[in-house]
Design a protein around this ligand. Sequence first.
Ligand code: KE4
Length: 440
Amino acid sequence: MTSTPSHDRNDQLMARARQVIPGGVNSPVRAFRAVGGTPRFVQRAQGPYFWDANGQRYIDYIGSWGPMILGHGHPAVLEAVQKAVQDGFSFGAPTEREIELAEEILALMPSMDMVRLVSSGTEAGMSAIRLARGATGRSKIIKFEGCYHGHADALLVKAGSGLATFGNPTSAGVPPEVVQHTLVLEYNHLAQLEEAFALHGQDIACLIIEPIAGNMNFVRARTDFVRRCRELCTQHGALLIYDEVMTGFRTALGGVQSLHAQAIDGFAPDLTVMGKVIGGGMPLAAFGGRRAVMEQLAPLGPVYQAGTLSGNPVATACGLATLREIRQPGFFENLSAKTRTLTQGLTAAAKEAGAPFCADSEGGMFGFFLLPTLPQNYAEVMRTDNARFNQLFHGLLARGIYTAPALYEAGFVSAAHTDEDIAITLEAARAVFQQLGQNS
Ligand code: KE4
């Protein structure tokens, strides 16, 4: 039976997209498969809003999954990009602006002496792992269940049957031998961490972690856990890699590592992976760290890494203009306060309706859970009632509020979101929680 054609332009576009693009999208999470329904095809965006193919306006709490910290179309960023394109799109040759962006990043990230610009967080994470393996001469890596570091083969892995066993692929096309060196541990699990280093310490090239796991929605690494990651890496000659693709320049000007350095004397990761905000919405990411490690990279050292569009002149203009805005005095204080108003208001709305709910935020990044208390690891996050999460998502969407279409994703507030936008969001949330309460 042929379904009657929808008059909804999003439906029409999705039907057309599915004919030519797998799943109709160029990145899986955009397909709304976790929450159901039709993705909103964005026609244009400005400030904290975007308009979909039907001309419907949404308050955007995704912001391209983090990059749009200033909101869409910030005038200073727009001007920088428009000027940059006049001078050329791409050269495959060095430019002064790559030096300026590198200097800007290093000024904000004291753990880093050098940085290499690439085009995606996946590329940055993959390269950092290869660099750690090359610099240490070791093969094994530790990651944590629920953390995502891009789709490089060695990182598409889930925990093995037991701790001592190595990972199993989470994706078809990844041969088991490619992940045989990847140990997957439970986030925040001290005993597993100690055992992994006791068993394999001399073979571990690096430990990579999201210091706030935005790919489990929003889960903080405990300070005692982070301290032990640092100590064990140092003790066994492994490199500590902070994946701050999502948290970098989003949670604080210096990322989560700047917060950990305040809590732990002398704390610093050996390598940091960055992305999203540093490109301001253009394809740009980076990885950096101590000079002795970074100088192992080609053309200086034996670890090969390259990219046609690395340090692209338009992307660097976009990123540089973005960083220059966020380093303005008071930027993060204001953004943090606005984000907290949102999460505290959501918590109050849920409480009024008697719905289990908790939330957390750092800077302009937030997460919420339909759970009574904040989860500490992936298994706890996944105790969430999926159906109720989806009802919440669609209830907000129907009211013009665009939040993460998956319960394991984080949310983002931009400097462009006004107090009125937050108030409208909380009003919508109160209505949805009341509705959920009646349905329960
Ligand atoms: P990209 O290759 O997508 O630029 O970055 C990979 C990556 C690496 N590290 C962290 C901590 C990340 O969050 C990401 C990508 N984040 C997802 C959102 N969870 C991007 C959205 C998508 O996959 O479409």
